[in-house]
Design a protein around this ligand. Structure first.
Ligand SMILES: NC(=O)c1ccc[n+]([C@@H]2O[C@H](COP(=O)([O-])OP(=O)(O)OC[C@H]3O[C@@H](n4cnc5c(N)ncnc54)[C@H](O)[C@@H]3O)[C@@H](O)[C@H]2O)c1
Length: 385
């Protein structure tokens, strides 16, 4: 059986997670690391026992001939780095969200297709054991027919929550109920519908966003509907991050690592209880090892996909469709109209909206989230930055 050679481009938090997963998986080997910061290379290289350490990605790929290059870097760098890596004709594992505009995502997918390589977008929840258990329960008919799906974020500023967290929830929804045909959204900032002035650069380099509280209705191609909430809470609360699938005879609840089942379609306190389901995890995963289980399963799915010459379950196309939904939500929130997918205009809808109002790019904002929030609250007249 083929073993896949993996190089990690970017060795901070997510690069460390990817490195541990590909290191622990029996069919993948981390053969090289690249970062601009020598200390990060040393720390991850020493942990994984990888001696091939580079500060130049082209030299790394030419010298080490990896099969897969992981690109766990800040989101604004996904597009230029992916295009550079794809020149070498290698498969990529790119962090989420795939890019900051649809035009960029289109270019990445087109170049990958020309090179005959795969793009996987690191929505590890979709290929993880909790969602596998949810999908198995649906396939066994435990909730009857699908009726509705809903998801919530963690309480980040809404537009940022869309790019950062909803990218995961949406890909999990796509894995369960398939593609979205149209979206309709309400986007409020400071309690009123957004205006072009409310379009701001995202924290963490995730492009442009708008909306402090975003509520979106989704129409899936399979004929069911869903809702997605990304509302700013006073304090970020991870317990709020989940999706729930309603069936005609029961319900399923998913969050990373934790699938649950309700045997009645309507929850009534005291009359029905949620039951935990066991996540479906490969037998060869060793929980005592350093890899997080969902990152390990993401690597495992890549191995199987490449063996079979097919796309990863978290494919580039799925990652781009997630971005189509996100951009559709922004556009619908801005214009107050339904947006049909996939949209013909692939540039950022919020920037187009500003242009139509004679406005150029918004002023820069701080990149770190806490500083960004302080600046946004100041813009909204809520106190000193
Ligand atoms: N999948 C998840 O659960 C999850 C969780 C958190 C963040 N993310 C995503 O991960 C990404 C950020 O990951 P992070 O926080 O580890 O990134 P980071 O920006 O903190 O670190 C990226 C590293 O890449 C290096 N780098 C950047 N450009 C380079 C180049 N040209 N050559 C060599 N090295 C280069 C930097 O020096 C840095 O060390 C974002 O896209 C974010 O959305 C995903």
């Amino acid at each position: 059986m083929q073993h896949y050679r993996v190089a990690i481009l970017g060795c901070r938090g997510r690069g460390t997670a990817a490195g541990r997963a590909y290191h622990q998986h029996p069919r993948t080997e981390v053969v090289a690391l690249c970062d601009l910061v020598p200390e990060l290379l040393a720390t991850l290289g020493d942990e994984l026992g990888v001696a091939a350490r580079y500060d130049d990605l082209d030299r790394m790929i030419e010298t080490e001939s990896p099969d897969i290059v992981a690109i766990p870097t800040g989101t604004e760098f996904h597009y230029p780095l992916a295009m550079r890596v794809l020149e070498h004709g290698v498969h990529i594992d790119i962090e989420k969200p795939i890019c900051t505009t649809l035009a960029e995502a289109d270019a990445v997918l087109a170049r990958a297709a020309e090179q005959g390589v795969q793009v996987a977008v690191h929505h590890q929840g979709r290929s993880g054991g909790a969602l596998q258990a949810v999908k198995a329960a649906i396939a066994e008919g435990r909730i009857g027919g699908l009726r509705y799906v809903q998801g919530s974020g963690k309480g980040y500023y809404g537009g940022y929550g869309l790019m950062n967290i909803a990218t995961h929830s949406l890909n999990a929804m796509l894995g369960v109920v398939g593609p979205v045909q149209s979206v309709q959204a309400v986007a409020l900032t400071d309690g009123r519908p957004i205006t072009p002035e409310d379009v701001v650069p995202s924290p963490s380099g995730m492009g442009y966003i708008a909306g402090e509280h975003v509520t979106a209705a989704l129409a899936f191609e399979c004929g069911i509907s869903g809702t997605l909430l990304q509302h700013r809470f006073p304090k970020v609360d991870s317990t709020a991050y989940m999706i729930e699938i309603y069936g005609t005879e029961g319900r399923l609840y998913w969050k990373s690592g934790a699938p649950w089942f309700l045997s009645t379609p309507h929850f009534a306190p005291g009359q029905s209880e949620w039951q935990p389901l066991a996540p479906i995890v490969p037998e060869h995963y060793d929980p005592a090892g350093p890899a997080a289980v969902e990152d390990y399963q993401f690597a495992d799915e890549y191995v199987q996909a490449l063996d079979e010459g097919r796309a990863h379950e978290c494919s580039g196309k799925a990652g781009r469709h997630v971005l189509e939904i996100l951009m559709g939500i922004f556009e619908s929130g801005a214009r107050g109209q339904r947006v049909d997918l996939p949209q013909a205009d692939r540039e950022h809808p919020l920037l187009r909206w500003r242009e139509e109002h004679g406005m150029g790019l918004p002023s820069p904002m701080p990149r770190p989230y806490a500083e960004w929030l302080a600046a946004e609250d100041c813009r909204l007249g809520r106190g000193a930055s």
